[in-house]
Ligand binder design. Structure first.
Ligand code: SF4
Length: 363
């Protein structure tokens, strides 16, 4: 505590065989890294209330991932119950622990990253929702890229790509943002591209950054101008909207959001969550979280870190990169390019050829 948080919440009291580690009288351990105490306590005397008596640690499996709750990109282990869903197993993820990486987070994670894991399991979307489609075929993942491609091609061939809008966020991986930039900015020359993310928080001077999403730096390096959502611009002449993530709802009043979205003829949302926002879209596609897919993220210091799935995505959820890669092929503008991208690893190699920043990460 003296070296890491500089708070010195604990002390060694008494002498010799009577010495003990304890808090100061009337004080408490109050710092943003308190959970690390239970993780490093060598004798198991300090335990974690969040985990204690909830399950047996030997029932759990662990998977490696990256914490997405700020732009530090701490390396983590996710401990989960492999038997979930089952009625006697009330949740899937039980504990987050630090994974050592001297270049990023050393041995530590902050308490937000350690205890804020409910986003992995709560209110998860697990099937495709079609809200307002009349006279169209039932959509599945097999025909979704054909459906999206057909809508986009119709606008593109009528030279009306000004009628296409995108709302993105920076929880998307480098590979997904690269595909979005290639398809919509480079190939289709779409102008209305906005970003809807969580508002900035407060940095703590150690690991936690003020940026509350994991890949803003990646989006910038890929070439996006990160513009906030402009509802007036969205409501003016947009025929087709592709939106990603649940964050839009926190940025505007429901009334304003509904009024703007009602002016858009066809709108599709990629989201990992069931949320009121979903009812404002014609189609909602369930997508995997970072812990459930493969890809890479660029942290605040420009370090590109790869990740693999630690958990299974729920129900019908798929990673966005898969749909985008299929959509790129479907649009037929640069089909050869997209047909050679069967995995995030292959996409990152292509990124390295086009963007020098990512080249050095592949060398
Ligand atoms: S510092 Fe950021 S990335 Fe690291 S554990 Fe905390 S919230 Fe997660």
């Amino acid at each position: 505590l003296k070296e890491v948080t500089t708070t010195q919440d604990l002390g060694v009291f008494h002498r010799g065989v009577h010495s003990s580690v304890n808090i100061y009288e009337g004080a408490a351990v109050e710092n943003n890294y308190s959970g690390n105490l239970a993780e490093i306590c060598p004798v198991g005397a300090i335990t974690d209330e969040d985990f204690r008596f909830k399950t047996r640690s030997w029932f759990l499996k662990e998977g490696e991932s990256i914490c997405p709750l700020c732009s530090r990109g701490c390396n983590i282990l996710i401990e989960y119950h492999p038997g979930f869903p089952r009625f006697e197993v009330p949740k899937r993820v039980y504990r987050i622990k630090a994974r050592e990486n001297p270049e990023v987070n050393d041995f530590w994670v902050c308490d937000r990253g350690r205890y804020g894991y409910s986003y992995l399991d709560e209110h998860r979307a697990d099937k495709i929702i079609m809200n307002k489609i009349e006279g169209e075929n039932v959509l599945t993942w097999e025909n979704i890229s054909e459906y999206l491609g057909e809508k986009i091609k119709r606008l593109s061939s009528a030279k009306k790509t000004s009628g296409i809008a995108l709302i993105l966020h920076t929880w998307l991986s480098n590979e997904e943002l690269f595909l979005l930039h290639k398809i919509f900015k480079d190939d289709l020359k779409v102008e209305k591209i906005f970003f809807a993310d969580l508002p900035q928080g407060e940095a703590d001077g150690y690991l936690l950054t003020s940026e509350t999403s994991p890949n803003r730096r990646g989006a910038q390096e890929i070439g996006f101008d990160i513009k906030p959502v402009d509802l007036d611009a969205l409501a003016s002449g947009t025929d087709f909207l592709l939106a990603f993530g649940p964050f839009l709802s926190g940025l505007f009043s429901p009334k304003d959001l509904k009024a703007a979205l009602n002016t858009v003829k066809r709108k599709v949302l990629f989201s990992s969550y069931t949320h009121e926002l979903n009812s404002l879209f014609d189609i909602v596609l369930p997508v995997a979280l970072i812990a459930e897919k493969e890809g890479s993220l660029t942290n605040v210091e420009g370090k590109v870190q790869g990740f693999q799935p630690a958990l299974e995505p729920p129900g019908e959820s798929l990673p966005e990169w898969k749909v985008l890669s299929d959509l790129g092929k479907e649009l037929g503008i640069d089909s050869k390019f997209y047909s050679e991208l069967p995995s995030p690893e292959a996409i990152l190699i292509e990124m390295g050829k086009k963007i020098p920043f990512f080249k050095k990460k592949n060398d």
